[in-house]
Design a protein around this ligand. Structure first.
Ligand code: ADP
Length: 477
């Protein structure tokens, strides 16, 4: 079985969010199952030199994009036994951000074409192309149409994974003929047209052989108009060719037992060392150093998706509780300013770090007592999984993967690994936070919660087996 992962970002090379974590971890787990998995991604100029220096150029070809004829170099890196192919084109990928440019439609059209066109030149003919998110959305479509006539591609199947349905890659109609060389005949509702524009995500949803998303709850949610981002109808038509497979985390990358970035490694049996991490974190953040005061954290993109409007609605009420609140994130100006203002009002209780800082994130996961994730929607969510692993108790809204991975504490049975609330309602969130703060005072219960959090099994092993089943079922034999 040969599988090629096609993805726009992948840890440790380049990461803006959970997608990169998945691309970094799942292939390793699949390889353990005997699958020959390789990855292909853009050679973003932001990739660090330590990785670039390991890349070796294999060959270059030209890619036709409408009237454009573009260079495409393929570079290879073998890291930890995995093979990565990098698509090199500085015109498209030498940028200071990996997304958000006026020509993203053209950049990722190029990437889709490049992946398909280089395949016959690699010594690797995959049975399955596993494509991720809208950046790769045109691949299943092109494979079913233009490339279907070519014997080289005839037995190739596609699996497409939705990591976030909100980002769909919607561009003006002209992209079809001007960039993608796709006939306007496909600009219909049945195919690529989406409210007068072209939609890359939709292209994949109508043509991939199988579709997955990253948690069973999110799968059910996006079949409804409330969460479906106007694509629920297209998804419903796919019936049984659509499933939800929960993401995991890489236990080797995220483990307080041997995390080099935290102050003092610890595990379930040495939870007193987590307290050392807490004190050091309080010192670093210039909070009063008092281990009795709970530290609540958020490590997140600062966008509407993450439920920040709930915090805005009740912020003064919850900051008045006995707690220290630390935020690490970047994102929308509106939310960055909001948190900065709150920090200004409550300097003793609130610390806000605007930025992306992996090292600090790990220190917070290790040192905090609770992680707040009141998301409006959450396809899977990795932050709560990392928090669980570090014995930091998640407080979440019951949506998407948060619903599938956090079990709210039940005071009668003693079961649970976090706290949760159902409705997107600020006072429900506040009530749940207060509930967590109340049980925090009970050392016995809190220890039990931490132990149960750290025992939660969110490793990739089980999910990787589900992907394996799916590849086997879809492979052309
Ligand atoms: P999403 O993919 O929607 O951003 P996830 O919870 O799936 O959210 O994944 C977010 C990942 O990015 C986690 O590994 C989290 O720790 C990390 N992360 C988010 N914001 C920051 C930040 N400002 N600094 C460091 N790491 C961050």
């Amino acid at each position: 079985m040969k599988v090629l992962f096609v993805v726009s970002e992948c840890a440790p090379f380049i990461k803006t969010g959970g997608l990169a974590d998945v691309a970094g971890a799942l292939p390793k787990e699949l390889r353990k199952l005997g699958i020959d998995v390789r990855l292909i991604l853009p050679k973003h100029s932001l990739i660090q030199e330590q990785f670039k220096s390991k890349m070796v150029k294999l060959f270059d070809i030209r890619i036709q994009l409408g009237w454009r004829n573009q260079y495409c170099g393929i570079e290879l890196a073998e890291i930890d036994g995995l093979t990565y192919y990098f698509v090199d084109n500085e015109y498209y990928f030498k940028r200071d951000e990996i997304y958000g440019h006026h020509d993203d439609g053209e950049r990722f059209s190029y990437f889709c074409r490049a992946v398909l066109d280089v395949l016959p030149h690699l010594d690797f003919q995959p049975n399955i192309l596993h494509c991720h998110d809208w950046h790769t959305g045109m691949i299943p479509f092109l494979l079913k149409t233009e490339y279907a006539q070519n014997p080289f591609y005839q037995d190739m199947k596609t699996v497409f994974t939705i990591h976030n349905l909100q980002f769909q890659g919607i561009f003006p109609k002209e992209i079809l003929t001007d960039v993608l060389n796709i006939s306007e005949a496909y600009f219909t509702r049945q195919f690529l047209e989406f409210y007068g524009q072209v939609n890359f995500m939709k292209a994949a949803l109508i043509s991939a052989d199988f579709i997955t998303t990253v948690s069973p709850t999110y799968k059910n949610e996006i079949l409804t108009s409330h969460y479906g981002e106007k694509l629920e109808g297209v998804l419903r038509e796919r019936g049984n060719s659509f499933s939800g497979i929960l993401n995991g985390i890489d236990d080797n990358l995220f483990n307080p037992k041997d995390d080099q970035d935290i102050f003092l490694p610890y595990e379930k049996s040495t939870l007193e060392k987590k307290l050392v991490n807490k004190r050091k974190l309080q010192e670093l953040l210039e909070f009063p150093q008092n281990e009795e005061i709970p530290v609540m954290a958020m490590i997140t993109r600062l966008t509407k998706q993450k439920g920040l409007d709930l915090i805005k609605a009740v912020v003064h009420e919850f900051i008045n509780e006995d707690l220290q609140f630390v935020v690490l994130g970047t994102g929308d100006y509106e939310y960055e300013q909001f948190f900065k203002l709150i920090e200004y009002f409550y300097p003793e209780k609130v610390k806000v770090n605007i930025g992306f800082d992996e090292g600090l994130a790990r220190k917070i996961y290790a040192g905090a007592d609770m992680l707040l994730m009141p998301s409006l929607f959450e396809p899977c969510g990795l932050s709560q999984l990392i928090a669980l692993k570090y014995g930091t108790i998640p407080i979440v809204r019951e949506t998407g993967g948060l619903n599938d991975t956090v079990e709210s504490f039940n005071e009668y049975t003693g079961k649970g690994n976090g706290f949760s609330f159902a409705n997107f309602n600020a006072h429900d969130m506040l009530f749940t936070m207060k509930r967590a703060l109340y049980y925090y005072k009970n050392k016995l219960i809190w220890k039990q919660l931490m132990e149960s959090a750290m025992s939660s099994d969110n490793s990739w092993a089980q999910s990787a087996r589900q992907y394996q089943q799916l590849f086997l079922a879809n492979r052309k034999v």
